[in-house]
Design a protein around this ligand. Structure first.
Ligand code: CAA
Ligand code: NAD
Length: 292
């Protein structure tokens, strides 16, 4: 099962990265957003990231232009009718994902592989709602997609070996290192990372240290590339809240419970870098930490 034509649903933070690495690797890509505004924002994100790679000397201009020419942007789901694989990177909500896959089940040929980039839902819960659970797999990329080398390839109890192999092969062809993960909520990385991010927010709530000092402590004390509150702003606090609620619902363990401060920030529209503010205000002159 050789993948050549890829569909990507969602062109936000993750979808735009998946589009970029796929097109750079030579795949023919169709990407779908919900409306023209979101589509234009996604297209700008892909172009900006490719331009940045050219400016840094990591990609030549001809390769960028070749990649851009392999991407078609649409708001129509019917454009996925000739795809070998569709990768979903829309909002972290089971009902939204199932509605999408339910529709695509009727549009895509029997052989099309469905893949989800979910952070915390189980692949089984999506696969079971389609007529092709054996051709359904998890492909979990990491943010920022062009930089992070890992992809978790997730197999349910009914994912066929052929589907799993095709997904793993795809991950390698876009330059990533695949690891096989079981279909439990959070797979490998988020099972460990999400409690850490939520704990950092709890320590902030308890007044253990300021936003900046928590981040500085974990950066300089543990050698992490960024502190947990900065990372939360990069992931998106709306996404982190969805993920925490899904994982808490699954495991009923306190370490996955969303801290009240996270809920309040999301209620105020402070989703992190993507909306300009989260634990920090992302100003042109640099991040300014929230005073708590
Ligand atoms: N797109 C493309 N390239 C980017 C980029 C982006 N958004 N951000 C940074 N880069 C590239 C830079 O061009 C640079 O490349 P070169 O070294 O070749 O020049 C390199 O990454 C390093 O960038 P910077 O020097 O600007 O900044 P940095 O050293 O602080 O690195 C970082 C940035 C790679 C994001 C680093 O801070 C990091 O690794 N942070 C942690 C990221 C992380 O943990 N991600 C996982 C999030 S959890 C998740 O994804 C799962 C989930 O389900 C929620
Ligand atoms: P995002 O909010 O940046 O982007 C989601 C995009 O999906 C939006 O642009 C939205 O308009 C679009 N969308 C919503 N419904 C759609 C539909 N039916 N069809 C097409 N597009 C639709 O979110 P994100 O951070 O890119 O996350 C996307 C998925 O990837 C989520 O499942 C998330 O859990 C997962 N994920 C996120 C990260 C991260 O660090 N942010 C890392 C790995 C995985």
């Amino acid at each position: 099962m050789e993948i050549e034509k890829v569909g990507v649903a969602g062109c936000g933070l993750m979808g735009s990265g998946i589009v970029e690495v796929s097109a750079k690797a030579g795949f023919d890509v169709v990407v779908r957003e919900t409306d023209e505004g979101a589509l234009a924002a996604g297209r700008a994100r892909v172009s900006k990231s490719l331009d940045r790679a050219v400016a840094k000397g990591k990609l030549d201009a001809a390769a960028r232009d070749g990649a851009l020419a392999r991407i078609a942007y649409t708001t129509s789901l019917d454009a996925f009718g000739d795809r070998d694989m569709v990768i979903e990177a829309i909002v972290e909500s089971l009902s939204a994902k199932n509605e999408l896959f339910g529709y695509l089940d009727g549009v895509c040929p029997e052989g099309t592989i469905f893949a989800s980039n979910t952070s915390s839902l189980t692949v089984t819960d999506m696969a079971a709602a389609t007529s092709r659970p054996d051709r359904f797999v998890g492909l979990h990329f990491f943010n920022p997609v062009p930089v992070m080398k890992l992809v978790e390839v997730v197999r349910t109890i009914v994912t066929s070996q052929e589907t799993f192999d095709a997904a793993r092969d795809f991950a390698e062809r876009v330059g990533k290192v695949p690891v096989a993960a079981r279909d439990n909520s959070g797979f490998v990385v988020n099972l460990l990372l999400v409690p850490y991010l939520l704990d950092a927010i709890r320590q902030l709530e308890r007044g253990v240290a300021t936003v900046e000092d928590i981040d500085t402590a974990m950066t300089l004390g543990c050698g992490y590339p960024m502190g947990p509150l900065t990372l939360g702003d990069f992931v998106g606090l709306d996404t982190l809240l969805h993920v925490a609620e899904i994982m808490y619902d699954e495991y009923r363990e306190e370490r996955y419970a969303a801290p009240p401060l996270l809920k309040r920030l999301v209620a105020m529209g402070r989703y992190g870098r993507k909306t300009g503010a989260g634990f920090y205000e992302w100003t042109p002159s640099g991040p300014v930490a929230l005073k708590t």
